[in-house]
Design a protein around this ligand. Structure first.
Ligand SMILES: [Zn+2]
Length: 248
């Protein structure tokens, strides 16, 4: 075959492939723009159409989230028997926060975690520096529940907060028992429900450390208290708690 005849054919083919790939990408972009035009993405909280730069929640709703900043932070307000030093939450667990945390946990809205985690890092940064925190530890999900959800929201929160506050995230806890949801239980039942549900994997790593437990919501405090107890019994010197929201 004549080379000079062949080359343009080959490059023509390559060019044609490149153009059709670009055309495919462009078509997809156009299609998604068209879908957004016909069905504009709506704010999870007020149902108004989102504008460019807004994701999941509009700016107006974001600014009126029920902030608890400057943070409330005494374990004593919860239960004097709790073994963690204090707890800080960025938000009150009211309607709008319930909607957002629900969206994160049950509707796959993991993209809400970074901006929410940033608010928590902002609310708790000074207190954690003063307290001389060494590392963050996420409250674990049972492996079966983690598989079902595809991620553990507490881990994602911890990773983002770790970046923001320059703290390492230790994967130290394991949920050994599948605990039934807490919502329908009495205070005593809730406490018994989580007692013994956690264990630690790497006791040597946590000796003498001041650890910060991270979870999405603090309700009775029994879950984080059970985790804190395991960490302290395994050698941590102190435990504090950060949650996105706190039910009151
Ligand atoms: Zn809104």
């Amino acid at each position: 075959m004549n080379r000079s005849w062949c080359l343009p054919i080959v490059s023509d083919l390559a060019w044609h492939r490149m153009v059709s790939r670009r055309a495919g990408q462009n078509a997809r972009l156009w299609l998604s723009a068209l879908v957004d035009f016909i069905y504009p993405p709506l704010c999870l909280l007020c149902d108004e159409a989102l504008v460019a730069g807004e994701q999941s929640v509009c700016r107006k709703c974001w600014t009126v989230l029920p902030s608890l900043y400057p943070a409330e932070q005494q374990a004593g307000e919860l239960n004097p028997e709790f073994c963690f030093d204090f707890s800080i939450a960025a938000f009150d667990y009211q309607d709008s926060m319930q909607t957002l945390i629900h969206a994160v946990k049950y509707r796959g809205y993991r993209r809400l975690i970074p901006p929410l985690a940033d608010e928590l890092a902002q609310a708790a940064g000074d207190a954690l520096r003063l307290w001389k925190a060494n590392a963050l530890v996420a409250v674990p999900l049972h492996p079966a529940r983690r598989r079902e959800r595809g991620y553990n929201q507490a881990e994602l929160l911890a990773e983002r907060i770790g970046v923001r506050l320059s703290l390492p995230v230790y994967s130290l806890l394991r949920r050994t028992r599948y605990t039934a949801p807490q919502a329908q239980r009495s205070r005593l039942e809730r406490r018994e429900n989580v007692a013994g549900a956690f264990s630690t994997k790497r006791a040597a790593v946590l000796a003498g450390k001041r650890l910060v437990l991270i979870d999405d919501v603090l309700t009775t405090g029994n879950t984080v208290d059970a985790c804190a107890r395991v960490l302290l019994e395994s050698g941590a010197s102190a435990v504090a708690v950060l949650t996105l929201a706190r039910a009151r």
